[in-house]
Design a binder for this molecule. Structure first.
Ligand SMILES: Cc1ncc(C[n+]2csc(CCOP(=O)(O)OP(=O)(O)O)c2C)c(N)n1
Length: 627
């Protein structure tokens, strides 16, 4: 095994160039074997094997810096920087992250997870280098999908003024997670497939060389390469901006890439090296189903089928089904995704109502303001975005949706802990960042039927409203509780005394388990489904205060700005009023929430234990409070 000889950064340079092909093959087999067990981002990594090798052969790590956009394609980089053993515990709690982490290796120069950040971060590192008078090379590697994100253009606008070297590798596999859509991929595709340009260029050079003084002419055209390209490729966007463009180059040909990177390092500008790669390369199921193998669950290598097929519907499936019904019922219903038609479950809506479906690319900010425009135009837009990615669009939610009180519906999937993708992807802040915005309303369903009821309620609501639901299997307990949704009203599930559990969304299921255990211990216990986080049900909280010693608020969100804080504020307000009326209750509040920290990667059940929001930890805290 050649791979065994690579124990640390730069070891790849000791390998004879005749063995590069074999090494690439070994890396692919290694990744397929390991990811088939742990799950992970297979397709993007298989596509970037030779690209990563060429970068490592061209650079000197860790002095030179590579910033991996999103970071999901950094597995080969991890392998080539001495982290082979880490793949045993890839994405597991306490194990190696699936994304670049500065704390993991000096060769990881910038933490990523969300898309389209690498150019801004890279440019920052370039400026820091220049100001300190250092000479190292900085490379940002970004995919064509991530190249649709707005931050890229903000960074390019800035990078265009650069008078020193900054290499941007555009890893173009013609795919985002799903098909890459819109004008940017169309433009990149036109460059990539423009054989005419390459042939025309060669033709013109050959012709000129054969005429008198032709050599000199060729030289001067080469010097004025930008204007020559402009002559033959209309709209040479990057060169027009002042950014050198090199490529397209075959992203599976290591020698070609090494040679282009050498040229790129000589430029005293920002330079885009456009590399063509094939997502999933070398593993037929991943080449055939790129979306499924983007972020794969553990699978059987022979067939590519999941090792543990899903038996129950998840919340995304329920959302998907209800959306198709809503689409049929109301022609004003339109759906928006930011490059996640599969992940959000909107693919079915797209198939049935293509003209009412919008995939805007990886552009969450635009998605939200676009939805605001659709709502201002009289439609009923449902924007489906994962909780952690919605963080990007905070100002758009506030400025474009909520100030005007526009009826935009936010379907927030992956709200709560998401597991193996780790701290960049945990959806644990949405209750906090949304609930501080005036005019915003927030709901969370306790089970699969309530997701359906809430979505229907939201479409009829007529003001900004968000629904947050978790990753994974949809809870199918408590089917007997299906009272109609009433504005700002919580749902009483079991009414007793002593302890009142008031749970938000996914925590209702945990509440059922906690209540059962408390009753076995001899306590009498009420369980309330909060339903609304904003507005909070003050009347219900007042009622609970009158009849219980302890209220336990339960949420899968950070404590700061979360549901528990709202319950506490409400109790303080009620207590002031009660005191005036000379009533006296001494109800205490125990807030169960995620501590104000970033939560790393790992199995969700393990993470819940670790941060104290699983059934056993909650029981221990309640027993303590009651004592
Ligand atoms: C802000 C944000 N939105 C959505 C995502 C989810 N996401 C992860 S990778 C990806 C597609 C990236 O496509 P591309 O950059 O072409 O990389 P490829 O996987 O094709 O190599 C998306 C949409 C994200 N990471 N960040």
């Amino acid at each position: 095994m050649i791979l065994e000889n690579i124990k640390e950064a730069n070891d790849i340079k000791k390998i004879d160039s005749s063995q590069y092909g074999e090494l690439a093959e070994e890396i692919r087999q290694f990744l397929i074997e390991k990811i088939s067990v742990t799950g992970g981002h297979l397709g993007s990594n298989l596509g970037a094997v030779e690209l990563t090798m060429a970068l490592h052969l061209s650079l000197n790590l860790p002095e030179d810096k590579i910033i991996w956009d999103v970071g999901h394609q950094s597995y080969t980089h991890k392998l080539l920087t001495g982290r082979r053993d880490g793949f045993e515990n890839l994405r597991k709690f306490g194990g190696m992250s699936g994304f670049p982490k500065r704390k993991e290796s000096p060769c990881d120069s910038f933490d990523t997870g969300h898309s389209s950040t690498s150019l801004s971060a890279g440019l920052g590192l370039v400026k820091a280098r220049d100001l300190k008078g250092e000479k190292n090379t900085i490379v940002s590697v970004i995919g064509d999908g991530s190249f649709t994100g707005g931050m890229v253009y903000e960074a390019l606008n800035n990078a265009a003024r650069l008078e020193s070297n900054f290499i941007i590798v555009l890893n173009d596999n013609n795919m985002s997670i799903s098909e890459n859509v819109g004008g940017v991929p169309k433009y990149l595709n036109s460059i990539r497939t423009n054989d005419g340009y390459l042939e025309l260029k060669k033709g013109i050079y050959d012709k000129l060389k054969s005429v008198k003084n032709g050599d000199a002419l060729v030289k001067s055209i080469r010097r004025a390469k930008g204007s020559f390209k402009q002559l033959v490729i209309p709209g040479m966007m990057f060169e027009d901006m002042g950014i050198t463009y090199l490529g397209p180059v075959d992203g599976h040909n290591i020698q070609d890439m090494i040679s282009v990177f050498k040229d790129a390092r000589r430029c005293k500008t920002a330079v885009i090296v456009h590399v063509s790669t094939h997502k999933g390369k070398g593993y037929a199921p991943a080449e055939k189903h790129p979306a499924r193998f983007h972020g794969a669950e553990p699978f059987e290598i022979e067939t590519g089928l999941p090792t543990k097929p899903r038996t129950k519907a998840n919340y995304t499936d329920i959302f998907s089904t209800v959306m198709t019904k809503l689409g049929a019922r109301d022609e004003k219903v339109v759906a928006i995704t930011a490059a996640m038609p599969d992940g959000t479950g909107l693919k079915r809506f797209h198939n049935i109502y293509p003209e009412r479906f919008f995939d805007v690319g990886i552009a969450e900010e635009h998605a939200v303001t676009f939805a605001a425009g659709l709502a201002a135009g009289g439609l009923k837009p449902i924007v489906a975005i994962y909780s952690s990615f919605l963080q990007r669009a905070y100002d758009q939610i506030l400025h474009d949706v909520c100030i005007q009180n526009l009826p935009v519906i936010f379907a927030i999937d992956r709200a709560g802990l998401v597991g193996s993708d780790g701290e960049t992807h945990q959806g644990i802040f949405d209750l906090s960042f949304l609930s501080s915005i005036p005019n915003m309303h927030i709901m969370a369903p306790k089970n699969k039927w309530e997701l359906s009821d809430m979505l229907k309620y939201a479409v009829a609501f007529g003001a900004p409203i968000a629904l947050r639901y978790p990753r994974g299997e949809a809870y199918d307990g408590l089917p007997e509780f299906r009272a109609p949704i009433e504005y700002g009203k919580a749902e009483m599930l079991y009414e007793e005394s002593d302890i009142a559990l008031m749970a938000v969304g996914s925590m209702v299921k945990v509440g059922v388990e906690v209540r059962r255990a408390l009753k076995e211990m001899g306590y009498s216990c009420t369980l309330v489904n909060a339903r609304f986080v904003k507005p909070i049900d003050e009347e219900m909280i007042g009622h609970l205060c009158e009849h219980h010693q302890l209220i336990v608020s339960m949420e899968e969100n950070v404590a700061s700005g979360g549901f528990g804080e709202k319950v506490r504020a409400c109790m303080d307000k009620l207590r002031d009023m009660e005191m005036k009326e000379n009533k006296n209750w001494n109800t205490e509040l125990l807030s169960i929430a995620i501590p104000d920290e970033y939560v790393e990667h790992g199995n969700v059940e393990l993470l819940k234990k670790e941060i104290g929001i699983d059934t056993d930890s909650i029981l221990a805290k309640i027993k303590n409070a009651m004592a």
